[in-house]
Design a protein around this ligand. Structure first.
Ligand code: HEM
Ligand code: HEM
Length: 191
């Protein structure tokens, strides 16, 4: 399988980074969801939070790599049968919003820790604060981060549902282009 996109499929680099993003995003949310199940005094709460910060910062690194790879990998393989113009625009808008989410969420998190004067550690490596401590602003950014996190559930859910609707209702190649294997014999050409 080639790392660059072909006219039939996304390349291995785009596919690998897409599904790695999914895994990371699940882990980032998972840490915060699990935190609710752990007793308040437990050391696990702190561990889950630190893991949330480190994995969240990894999303920022990953999305930067992903945007660079997207540019280098060439044009996206066309969807067959083709979408109407408004569907293409809607799909593009959805992807732009997802990329914006992946960039904005970690940066907001980084701002929260900076404003609160908390050390910013990425798996033990210390990162610089983005602003001087300001507790009130930190609380506001935290509310925004938490609000957007809720919106994120719907964004990702809608995106996944759209992919499944393309596959099972519209019977086009949208999802198959993003999978590392071929669904049926002869589908997707040689890769
Ligand atoms: C894609 C990246 C991220 C997502 C999807 C995300 C999502 C979330 C979620 C779901 C919560 C819990 C919201 C709630 O309790 O209502 C949360 C809280 C929080 N996140 Fe993130 N986050 C991300 C990245 C980061 C990063 C990189 C940092 C810091 C470096 C960070 C710092 C925080 C902080 C400080 C809180 C509040 C924790 C508390 O309750 O004390 N987040 N985030
Ligand atoms: C079960 C979960 C998921 C499924 C089934 C899925 C499926 C797909 C498919 C089929 C595409 C190709 C769409 C096209 O080319 O028109 C795509 C693209 C994309 N997905 Fe997902 N995805 C999932 C989760 C996620 C998650 C968690 C994120 C990030 C939060 C994400 C972000 C993106 C982005 C940004 C693109 C655009 C790629 C580009 O053109 O650069 N996906 N996804």
């Amino acid at each position: 399988m080639r790392w660059k996109n072909t006219s039939a499929k996304y390349g291995s680099a785009v596919i690998g980074l897409h599904w790695l993003t999914l895994l990371l995003v699940v882990a980032v949310y998972g840490c915060m969801e699990l935190r609710g199940w752990v007793p308040k005094a437990s050391a696990w709460r702190g561990t889950l939070k630190s893991l949330h910060f480190s994995l969240g910062l990894s999303v920022l690194v990953l999305v930067c790599v992903r945007l660079a790879v997207r540019w280098a990998a060439g044009a996206s393989p066309p969807i067959a049968p083709p979408l109407s113009v408004w569907q293409q625009r809607l799909a593009r808008l959805g992807h732009v919003v997802l990329y914006a989410f992946l960039l904005v969420m970690p940066v907001l998190g980084w701002f929260i820790l900076s404003a609160k004067g908390t050390p910013i550690l990425w798996f033990g490596a210390s990162l610089p604060a983005l602003m001087a401590p300001d507790d009130a602003l930190g609380e506001q950014v935290k509310s925004l981060h938490e609000g957007l996190a809720t919106v994120g559930y719907f964004l990702v859910g809608l995106h996944a549902l759209a992919a499944l609707a393309h596959h099972y209702l519209r019977h086009d190649n949208t999802l198959v282009r993003m999978l590392a294997y071929r669904r049926r014999q002869g589908e997707g050409g040689k890769s």
